[in-house]
Structures are given as C-alpha cells and as structure tokens.
Design a protein around this ligand. Structure first.
Ligand code: DQA
Length: 159
C-alpha cells in the first residue's frame, strides 16, 4: 500500500509583546542622566535578535497616547500573546485605565523602568502596575528589557 503523505503542521511560535509608553520614542537624547544614550530602536533590535534566537515572535509598540496603548493590549488577547514586557513610562504613575486593560486581558507581564524610580521624585514611587506584574525591573537601563525577555523566554519554555 502506498504510504500517504501527511502534511506537517507548522509549529506555532509563541508571541511576546513589548509596550513602550510616552516619551520613550525620545530615548537616546532624552535626559540621558536618567535614561542613558541607547535609542528605542537599539532596544527593540536587541530584543528582536534575542527573540529570533529563541524562535519566538516579538512585536514592539510605542505610543504617546494612552488609548492606543490600551487598544494594543486588547489586541494582544486576540493574537494569543503569551507575555508582555511593558514600560508604561509616565502612565506608570497615573493610568488606572492601562492597568485595567492589563488586568482585563490577564496576560502575564513584566514591568520595566530604565531608571531606578525609587531614588527619584516621590510621585514616581507609586506604580499602578507593580501589584499585577509578574515582576518589576528598574534601574538597569536598557539591560532591564533584555533581563525581562530572558525571564519570559525561560518561563514560556517550562510551561
Ligand atoms: C520611566 C520612569 C517614569 O517615571 C518616567 O515617567 C518615564 C520613564 C523609566 O523607564 O525609568 O517616562 O518609566
């Protein structure tokens, strides 16, 4: 009997979303004493390289608009995004709406800040996100994003 060819099903790659809040498009020139000189596109490229090696799909999205970030979080659920890395930037300290979006989609996320918010102004020391986050990284500059991705890649692999 002739052996029937079975079409091999393409393996679905896990998907991770990186969200950058307001003013992070200015990284590289924005208050380098706090945020360093690495640009947002440098950060996204380093993350993309790491994701590619791990065979994971990575999307990065930056917006200066709260509603756009919220809508990207909603879309993440439809797309089956497994985990989110988010630097909500100034929305960290103000946005109940973005917090509620993350709570609504229930996708695990890591909160990242380039600067150590705990040694800065008092208003930066409250986050609307930290108690929902899997973890929080701050003060490690651009390396914080890579640490967050490394953690999530391991987490996805063992799940
Ligand atoms: C930031 C810290 C926030 O307080 C600030 O508003 C930012 C960037 C950080 O990455 O250190 O825009 O999230």
């Amino acid at each position: 009997m002739k052996k029937q060819k079975t079409a091999s099903k393409p393996v679905e790659r896990a998907r991770i979303l990186v969200l950058h809040g307001p003013n992070l498009n200015l990284l590289g020139t924005r208050e380098p004493e706090h945020y360093g000189r690495v640009t947002l596109s440098d950060i996204n490229m380093a993350l993309a390289r790491m994701a590619e090696v791990a065979e994971v799909d990575l999307d990065a999205f930056q917006s200066n608009h709260e509603g756009a970030l919220i809508e990207r979080v909603h879309a993440a659920r439809e797309q089956g995004v497994r985990a989110i890395i988010i630097n909500p930037a100034a929305y960290t300290h103000t946005s109940v709406a973005l917090r509620d979006a993350l709570a609504a989609v229930a996708i695990p996320f890591v909160e990242v800040h380039l600067s150590n918010v705990h040694v800065r102004e008092a208003f930066r020391q409250h986050s609307y996100f930290s108690d929902l986050a899997v973890g929080v990284i701050c003060g490690l500059g651009h390396q914080g994003y890579l640490a967050a991705l490394e953690y999530l890649l391991n987490k996805i692999n063992i799940e």
